[in-house]
Every structure is written in structure tokens, then in C-alpha cells.
Design a protein around this ligand. Structure first.
Ligand SMILES: [Zn+2]
Length: 57
């Protein structure tokens, strides 16, 4: 069973979101940051759960 991905910022499931993006935290590299297409377009901020890094600034 595939792991369900959730948006880091909104906890929205992004399983079927073709425009979503996921990447490791640019600060600590420990947490996978997941963003939906909508969040990227609206520049919704995310917070790393491990180090508290706030992006995408
Ligand atoms: Zn981090």
C-alpha cells in the first residue's frame, strides 16, 4: 500500500495532485517537505517539523 503524502503546510493529501512537489528541508535535510500545486502558486509558507525552517523565503 502506497504511503499517503500530505502537504506540510495544510495536511492536504497530495496523492493525486500531479503538480505537487516534495523535497528535503533545505536547512536540515531531515524532513521531507511536501507542497501542492495550489500552495506553490499561492506561495503558501511551510515550516520544517524538525528544525523550524520556514519557506519558501
Ligand atoms: Zn529542517
Amino acid at each position: 500500500m502506497a504511503k499517503m503524502k500530505q502537504s506540510t503546510a495544510t495536511k492536504t493529501s497530495v496523492t493525486n495532485d500531479a503538480g505537487s512537489a516534495s523535497f528535503l528541508c533545505p536547512n536540515c535535510g531531515k524532513t521531507e517537505i511536501v507542497r501542492t500545486k495550489n500552495e506553490r502558486e499561492n506561495v503558501v509558507k511551510y515550516v520544517c517539523e524538525a528544525c523550524g525552517f520556514t519557506g519558501p523565503n
